[in-house]
Design a binder for this molecule. Structure first.
Ligand SMILES: [Zn+2]
Length: 497
């Protein structure tokens, strides 16, 4: 069909789109900009028209204007069924499902936020959606200047499409600040990053103090304290990673140390300041991996969905004598379970004697946290984890035992993480106390009883391996981004001037 541009814009003006702000311009101007750019890119007519209506029903990122879905028929009559279908799909898909697909480079695995179920699309529809999505981004990023937002995902879209889309991506990004490369910044195996901590402690003197503990078998647990001033700073934050099958927060903490000490990411890309004079207001202790013995047994550096979750969780927890996944126990001996294989999560503390680092007081994790607490009396502890589902901020198992003031502070901190993920298109499950009424809640209560008085705790869960419901793999860049955002939200919330 050949379309009448004037009548289409009249329809949009009547809806009031010229008075709604979007990306520092009227919404209508942005819609027309995307329409115009898709034409320049040589897109087929139905895709150009979809560009003009690309967020008409609202998107997961833009809710400033939403036409009710029961008016789809009207839109179809105006721009045709093919164009309306692409516009509708663009409004329905969650940004994170789009990012996952392009970053993992696989088949489309989109998720429908209207129906909360998978959103099946054909290969052609997917290519058109990626084209529309990228064009939409490139039309506004220069105006808004939020270069770091989902950057690796946009770049993956440009590289997937090639041709004019890639040329336009490069043109728009000329002069933009260089972006870190997640693969190059990812250090998570003990021998990859612990020498860096030792070197930085040498180079930065009192600004970076190294701490070490030895595990049974000789592996060393390493921590770095930034802004060491004993207990005098008002905010003193510990961030730690107890589980060896959860490498993304390790990589994020190591990269954070580089950003704070050297002003750049591990790969040398410049890092904008994480807050002026952050290290004069806050003491920050990084404990990126409290079970390097377990981590060193890992057959992979990152769990990005190549193995399915069953195979991955056998690596994580171990394999029983009958081939099933080994259970989760705070403390056990080889004689108790006679496993074929011991999972990464466990720390061997004497021959054939195993503990889970964050539920047994016999672990090196516990020793490190307690000794550091004696020295710095942390006000806050971010316990960093990964799981096979949407992101979450977990309140402590003993949340109900806290004072109303402490509960309020915990909830506000959790909300800061959720808000940060929201703004970066990372879907999350909200915040809650897990394990309520289960034996595991009592393990945790017992584990913390009488320790670290006054220290507020929050657990961040970044997505690992494959999503338990959708089955979508979780690319490395996405894992690093998610853990990094939890850290940034924590620093911003607790230590902003
Ligand atoms: Zn964990």
């Amino acid at each position: 069909m050949s379309h009448d541009f004037k009548s289409l814009t009249r329809f949009l003006v009547e809806l009031g789109t010229d008075e709604i702000p979007h990306s520092n311009t009227p919404f209508l101007s942005h819609l027309i900009g995307v329409y115009r750019d898709l034409k320049t890119w040589g897109a087929p007519e139905h895709l150009v028209l979809a560009g003009l209506f690309h967020s008409i029903y609202g998107t997961s990122a833009f809710q400033g204007f939403t036409l009710p879905l029961d008016r789809r028929e009207e839109v179809r009559a105006l721009i045709g069924a093919d164009a309306e279908r692409i516009a509708y799909l663009n409004c329905a898909l969650t940004r994170d499902s789009m990012d996952d697909t392009v970053e993992s480079g696989g088949e489309p695995q989109l998720w429908d936020r209207f129906r909360n179920e998978p959103l099946p699309v054909s290969a052609t529809e997917f290519e058109e959606l990626v084209t529309l999505h990228l064009c939409d981004r490139l039309e506004q990023v220069g105006r808004v200047g939020n270069w770091d937002l989902r950057r690796s995902a946009w770049e993956a879209m440009a590289r997937r499409l090639g041709g004019v889309a890639l040329r336009e991506w490069e043109r728009v990004h000329t002069g933009a600040p260089a972006a870190p490369d997640a693969t190059a910044c990812w250090l998570s195996q003990p021998d990859e990053w612990s020498p860096l901590f030792a070197r930085w402690a040498d180079q930065h003197g009192a600004h970076a103090r190294l701490h070490e503990w030895e595990q049974w078998g000789g592996r060393r647990v390493t921590a770095l304290t930034l802004g060491d001033d004993g207990k005098s700073r008002p905010v003193r934050i510990l961030m730690a990673v107890p589980h060896a099958h959860e490498p993304a927060p390790t990589a994020a903490l190591v990269n954070l140390a580089s950003r704070l000490l050297n002003g750049c990411h591990i790969d040398g890309a410049p890092s904008p300041t994480l807050g002026p004079n952050l290290l004069e207001r806050a003491l920050i202790t990084l404990l990126p991996d409290t079970n390097p013995q377990g981590r060193a047994r890992a057959v992979r550096r990152v769990w990005d969905g190549e193995l399915d979750n069953d195979a991955f969780l056998i690596q994580a927890f171990g394999e029983s004598s009958d081939g099933s996944r080994l259970g989760r126990y705070p403390e056990w001996t080889r004689a108790d379970h006679q496993p074929r294989k011991v999972g990464l999560i466990y720390e061997e503390i004497a021959a054939g004697h195993y503990v889970e680092p964050n539920t047994s007081r016999k672990s090196t994790h516990t020793r490190a946290v307690d000794e550091l607490f004696d020295r710095y009396a942390f006000t806050h502890y971010l316990d960093m984890h990964q799981h096979e589902g949407d992101e979450a901020a977990l309140l402590p198992a003993g949340f109900d035992d806290l004072s109303p003031e402490q509960q309020g502070a915990e909830s506000a901190w959790a909300a800061a993480l959720l808000d940060m993920w929201d703004r970066n298109a990372i879907r999350h499950k909200g915040s809650y106390s897990p394990y309520l009424g289960l034996p595991r809640q009592e393990f945790f209560r017992e584990y913390w009883r009488g320790r670290c008085p006054g220290m507020l705790q929050l657990t961040s869960e970044a997505r690992n391996n494959r999503h338990a419901v959708s089955g979508a793999p979780t690319p490395l860049a996405r894992q690093l981004r998610s853990a990094t955002l939890a850290i940034e939200a924590t620093l911003k919330h607790l230590a902003a001037p």
